[in-house]
Ligand binder design. Structure first.
Ligand code: PMP
Length: 453
């Protein structure tokens, strides 16, 4: 019975669905994983197999799946209204959520502009920064600075400030140019010396650029504390603070893209808090609704907001919005998510489990191909290398990341590789015993695929 249902769905999946970031030729030659339901930290497929969600449904799940309080919040709102536009109207959950976000965000971020994905939150940040300078008469500040290997989403503006060749190269003729700097990558650093020296050297690159070109730069966009999609690269302490100081000194807006790091991932509500900085614009999404519904937000300062005030004829209006902007169902579940953060003291929990994970991961270095383990809170990347001494990477064709994640799935853990980096990002509410089981599976999967048997 289950098998029949699976066969039918599998055929329809192959016939009708085009999956994101997926080489469909490979995909349709394999049997798909079809999820039927979830409970807490586990997902169940239609064949009755169960898996730990070790990647938080692509980095966004906070409490787990099918969480009573979150389900109830949606149902309650559903019985009132599912949709009402923010164009000329307001709705209760959107108002209350905006207040709540301002209260938990780094001090000085006072206004919330909603949208519905990480990419659109970034798109808004770009347009907002660009128009801010025009609105105050500095039209020449129109260029964006980003980091090599950055990932900010898949819409055209977000891809323009993205820099992962594999994902972005194909669209290069469509994009606006941006200046790319090096993200401080300690494991594969181009600079030598102490961590402090290396941090300084990377900051010098920024300052040299600003000295030459700040007059033409609108903003610098960064994934604070952790550059995610490039392979979970954790920046050294002091870098973000240094960057913030340089942006202030040279009058460049700082956009912190917290789509992945926001809502507790790195052990603080927002990663910017790790270094006590307030960016001019902060984007967030993913964990905002606990991973339930597509709501994202772009937060900014009153200074930026006020530059958009004026009569309609002055054309300072921010001409941007989507059909689902400020969707009440999404905002209601986001509020319930934030209630649960408080009720469960989730930030403290993350602190506890991240030390537990850090300790458990030490044994992974016993494996001969584990080159580097990078962690910030519950955001972990394990880089597999062909040779530890030389750091020589596995060859792309070897597909070591894909093989390890396939093995982990067979053993009951879902994760997703980024090239040779195995990403481990379980829901923030995972318990120590769940994490222990997940990490045992991960260890075995890496060992089975890379150790000489
Ligand atoms: N910015 C960052 C830093 C991200 O990690 C992501 C998604 N992984 C995005 C933006 C895009 O978010 P979305 O997939 O919701 O559009």
């Amino acid at each position: 019975m289950e098998n029949e249902l699976y066969q039918e769905l599998s055929l329809k999946n192959k016939q009708y669905v085009w999956h994101p970031f997926t080489q469909m030729q490979d995909y349709i030659n394999e049997e798909p994983l079809i999820i039927s339901h979830g409970k807490d930290r586990k997902l169940f497929d239609v064949l009755g197999n169960e898996y730990y969600d070790g990647v938080s449904s692509i980095w966004l799940n906070v409490h787990g799946h099918n969480i009573k309080e979150l389900n109830e919040a949606i149902n309650e709102q559903l019985n009132k209204v599912a949709h009402s536009t923010l164009l000329g109207m307001a709705n209760i959950p959107a108002i209350l959520l905006a207040e709540r976000l301002v209260n938990i965000a780094p001090d000085g971020l006072e206004k919330v502009f909603y949208s519905d994905s990480g990419a659109t939150a970034v798109e808004i940040a770009i347009k907002m920064a660009y128009q801010y300078w025009r609105n105050i008469g500095k039209n020449e500040k129109n260029t964006f600075v980003t980091m090599k290997e950055a990932y900010h989403g898949d819409t055209i503006g977000a891809v323009s400030v993205g820099a992962i060749d594999l994902f972005h190269q194909a669209y290069s003729d469509l994009l606006f140019p941006s200046i790319k700097l090096s993200y401080p990558h300690l494991y594969r650093s181009k600079y030598e010396g102490t961590r402090k020296d290396v941090t300084k050297a990377y900051l010098n690159e920024v300052e040299n650029l600003f000295i030459e070109k700040a007059d033409s730069i609108a903003a610098l966009i960064i994934e604070p504390i952790v550059q995610g999609a490039s392979g979970i690269i954790v920046m050294p302490p002091g870098y973000l603070k240094g960057l913030d100081a340089l942006c202030k000194k040279y009058e460049v807006l700082l956009i912190a893209d917290e789509v992945a790091t926001g809502f507790g991932r790195t052990g603080k509500m927002f990663a910017c808090e790790q270094e006590g900085i307030t960016p001019d614009i902060l984007t967030c999404g993913k964990g905002l609704t606990g991973g339930y519904l597509p709501v994202s937000a772009t937060l900014t300062t009153n200074t930026i907001y006020e530059a958009f005030l004026g009569t309609y004829e002055e054309q300072k209006t921010f001409f941007h919005g989507h059909s689902y902007t400020g969707n009440p169902l999404g905002c209601a579940v986001a509020l319930a998510n934030l209630d649960l953060f408080e009720k469960k003291q989730l930030i403290n929990h993350v602190e506890e489990i991240s030390s537990f994970i850090e300790e458990s991961l030490r044994t992974f270095y016993d494996l001969q191909h584990v080159g580097d383990i990078r962690q910030s809170g519950v955001m972990i990347g394990i880089e597999l290398v062909l040779c530890k001494e030389t750091k020589e990477p596995f060859h792309w064709n070897d597909r070591v990341g894909v093989r390890v994640t396939k093995r982990a799935k067979e053993l009951g853990l879902l994760t997703r590789p980024l090239g040779n980096v195995i990403v481990f990002m379980p829901p923030l509410a995972s318990t120590k015993s769940e994490l222990e089981e997940m990490l045992n599976i991960l260890y075995k999967a890496i060992s089975d695929c890379t150790e000489k048997q």
